[in-house]
Design a protein. Structure first.
Length: 490
């Protein structure tokens, strides 16, 4: 089949029957036309259509090594620095489409599957079948251009206890049976963003396992259809309220649903299992295969696009209301510019120092990407605050599209104009800023970025623990030793 079109994606999604609980109803189909999903489904369809844009086709796709069909470039195994650059350029096209606000575009987990598929020797340590399974699954997703999501973390019932202790071990998704054909899974997991509109669910290792015998039932990696029997998604409230793009310019197009995943004795065939047991290997699932590096390469590409978008939005606002010459405003703009240039520099450094890993995959240097993923969740929190400060009361009194086109039109043009924009256009711009810094969509974006890779405090601890500081300590000791050797002076 190769790279899908938007029509292909919608038709396949419409033919499935996932069980979705949302707004008090239970869906077992009809996802593409449901009010909570229809706009985001069509946004993802637009992304797939970009693969067939004559001006972008060569960038967005490459020739499949098995079928010779054009397939998505995010599946490409990079062998050279140019390959890495081309992958990033492709990912940037998708990220720019949403101003970086879509966190689960297909390239994110495609990058993970690509890296995992090449680490067959690592999977074979547990079972040669797992190496075969991950390679075959990667090829299936690549050739069918499937949209995958994943679910990683246990429910927050009692975070002072491990998965095997909460509610007697029944709360978190775990293996309850194994037969000749596969495993049976029961329990729940968070947090399947876009689960209701995806084709496949990747159930990958979640958190640090202690390696005790009781951890074995919670140690696994597998993939399952999103409409598998016994699988259901419990969704939060949709932030797409069915309003126009004028009123809710971001939420009406880019509202990715988040969901709890419930496994009600879901049977997973062995050929879809990539690890079973082996808690110590589950702990190394991302680091030992370099999947984390390639996933972060995609994320930093997306957040670069997001920072560019925010810089453009800040600049349009300050220009519109004539405040750009004030020093404190310039300081805020400079903060966004500095962040953008730091992002670009870190990504460029990671690519420039890339090397072939143990599995023959050209892999960016991890330290710059790791620095970026530790730093960005914190700096992003400043951006909505800057938008709120610059927009101030102008963000508090924003008419809707119905008002702009209704009896209030003349008043809006007269009293809500700006230095460079008419009333309607100024309202349109400020509603965009509102949707990036005040609305429910904006609040979800802040929370999402802050915890994208997990608890920032734990991430910082892991970063410190993994960073080789010995050469720098040695330099300090060398200076101290030289000082000790020098004679004292009066």
């Amino acid at each position: 089949m190769g790279a899908r079109t938007g029509k292909d994606y919608i038709e396949r999604l419409g033919s499935t029957s996932p069980t979705i609980q949302i707004h008090g109803e239970t869906l077992t189909g009809g996802v593409p036309d449901h009010p909570a999903f229809r706009n985001i489904v069509r946004t993802y369809a637009d992304l797939y259509d970009l693969q067939h844009d004559p001006e972008l086709r060569d960038l967005m796709t490459y020739e499949s090594p098995t079928s010779a069909e054009p397939v998505g470039r995010s599946f490409m195994v990079p062998k050279t620095l140019d390959d890495l650059s081309r992958r990033r350029e492709m990912m940037k096209v998708w990220a720019d489409f949403s101003g970086g606000t879509l966190g689960r575009t297909g390239d994110y987990l495609n990058s993970s599957l690509m890296a995992l598929s090449q680490a067959g020797d690592w999977f074979a340590q547990a079972d040669k079948a797992f190496a075969t399974n991950i390679q075959a699954y990667y090829e299936k997703v690549r050739e069918e251009d499937l949209l995958t999501t994943h679910t990683l973390i246990p429910p927050q019932a009692n975070r002072s206890q491990g998965a095997g202790q909460q509610m007697g071990g029944s709360l978190t998704a775990h293996i309850v049976d194994e037969d000749d054909n596969g495993i049976t899974v029961r329990g729940a997991r968070l947090l399947a963003t876009i689960g209701p509109i995806a084709d496949e669910l990747l159930v990958f290792p979640s958190t640090v396992l202690k390696g005790n015998p009781e951890d074995a039932p919670y140690s696994f990696a597998f993939a399952i259809n999103c409409d598998a029997p016994g699988l259901r998604f419990i969704c939060r409230e949709s932030m797409d309220f069915g309003r126009s793009r004028f009123d809710h310019p971001m939420a009406s197009r880019f509202e990715e649903m988040d969901a709890v995943v419930v496994f009600d004795d879901v049977h997973v065939p062995f050929e879809r299992c990539f690890l079973l047991g082996h808690p110590e290997m589950c702990n190394g699932f991302y680091s030992e295969t370099d999947a984390a590096v390639h996933m972060t390469h995609q994320v930093t590409t997306r957040t670069t696009a997001k920072t560019e978008f925010l810089l453009g939005l800040v600049s349009c606002m300050t220009e519109a209301i004539g405040i750009e010459k004030f020093p404190h405003v310039q300081a805020d703009i400079a903060e966004v510019i500095v962040a953008l240039e730091q992002m670009r520099a870190l990504v460029r450094a990671a690519e420039a120092d890339a090397e072939l890993n143990d599995y023959g995959v050209m892999t960016p240097r991890w330290a710059p990407l790791n620095a970026c993923r530790n730093w960005y969740p914190r700096i992003y929190q400043q951006f909505p605050a800057i938008l709120r400060k610059l927009g101030a009361s102008g963000l508090m009194a924003l008419p809707t599209e119905a008002d702009v086109n209704g009896p209030a039109h003349d008043d809006i043009e007269a009293f809500l104009q700006s230095a460079t924009l008419g009333g309607a256009e100024r309202v349109r711009l400020f509603r965009l800023a509102w949707d990036m810094c005040i609305s429910s969509f904006a609040g979800r974006q802040e929370l999402y970025e802050y915890y994208f890779f997990g608890d920032p405090v734990r991430m910082a601890g892991a970063f410190v623990g993994s960073y080789d500081r010995e050469p720098y300590k040695a330099a300090v000791r060398q200076i101290l030793a030289r000082e000790a050797d020098e004679p004292a002076t009066a």
